[in-house]
Design a protein around this ligand. Sequence first.
Ligand SMILES: NC(=O)c1ccc[n+]([C@@H]2O[C@H](COP(=O)([O-])OP(=O)(O)OC[C@H]3O[C@@H](n4cnc5c(N)ncnc54)[C@H](O)[C@@H]3O)[C@@H](O)[C@H]2O)c1
Length: 348
Amino acid sequence: VETITIATVRGTSHIMVGERWQDLLRHIPARRPVVITDVNVDALYPLNVICEDVITIGSGERLQTLDTIRDVYQRLMALEVDRSCFLVGIGGGVVCDITGFVATTFLRGLRFGFIATTLLAQVDAAIGGKNGVNMDGFKNMIGTFNPPEFVICDTNLLQTLPVREVQNGFAEIIKHAAIADAALFAFLEQHHQSARALDDEVIAKLVVDSVRIKSSIVTADETENGLRRILNFGHTLGHALERTAGLAHGEAVSRGMAAAAALSVRRGMLADNERQRLQTLLEAFQLPVALETGDAEKICRALRQDKKREGRRIHFVWLEKIGKAVVKPIALRELEELIHDISRRASS
Ligand SMILES: NC(=O)c1ccc[n+]([C@@H]2O[C@H](COP(=O)([O-])OP(=O)(O)OC[C@H]3O[C@@H](n4cnc5c(N)ncnc54)[C@H](O)[C@@H]3O)[C@@H](O)[C@H]2O)c1
């Protein structure tokens, strides 16, 4: 088991990579555990061996709403949960976000931890203390910053994960390497086949390295005023595509990263051979990179509606080289022109 500790002003999280989910109780001594999970995880794993009280929600991001939160509050009340209880979210990013939000607000705050069961949750969603729900179709409009006491990343759980979900995790691992770790990027270039086959040693290294990268960024900027924004590499465009083109998160972020790299080249910030390396790696992981006809217009429309934009400018994440990203604001209009420009070049 490799433990990475993230200490911030809001609390300390221990991320345990390689710990078994069955050993959960070791980490919550003398507390009544209450588990929140989703229907798929509940059907696959006998969680009742570790906990009597299991609250199950449906699956999918569609459920990441205040209605689900209210439903969970009611079930906690029915179980007579008090402040001596310990909440454990066992699932992917949706379960972790909901558990973190509920634990922060129910009875003004309960202790909580996660068992992250998807690759995306292990390398990204469960790490960093952000939790939230969507509102009227807009992502993460409501939420808090509050880190879990621990995150168990049991890589054995990934064996039951559908391929599309595994791909979502790889997109975030490649993002971490691209923005902050050239050595990890080179490792991915060498080991993409064993990674895709979920080789245990390779996956454990990828999870540990990703957690380290994300945690060092989060430690430096917990509430996203500056550096943490580099984690949005590929996401400004990716979210727009996810919402409008109905793509999986990983596919959308992959296209978003390829496009953000192309924009960086157009602005003279990135050498074209570095962009090509990123594209080749994404393709090696069978992730899509091309913008399709109509994508540029969809992205621009979504950017204009982006609730998190600051006035007419957007904090955009640019790539300077493999392993280094920077955040620089750009006028929305200029960004739109660049997007149309790269999409015209790609299709000519
Ligand atoms: N808080 C953050 O910092 C942060 C960061 C990134 C993403 N997120 C959130 O995370 C969510 C996405 O997370 P996700 O990709 O884990 O999605 P998810 O939680 O919906 O899980 C994906 C699917 O896999 C199933 N599943 C989970 N574990 C499984 C297992 N071991 N075997 C088989 N099936 C399993 C789930 O039931 C679900 O159908 C998004 O809603 C996003 O908003 C949050």
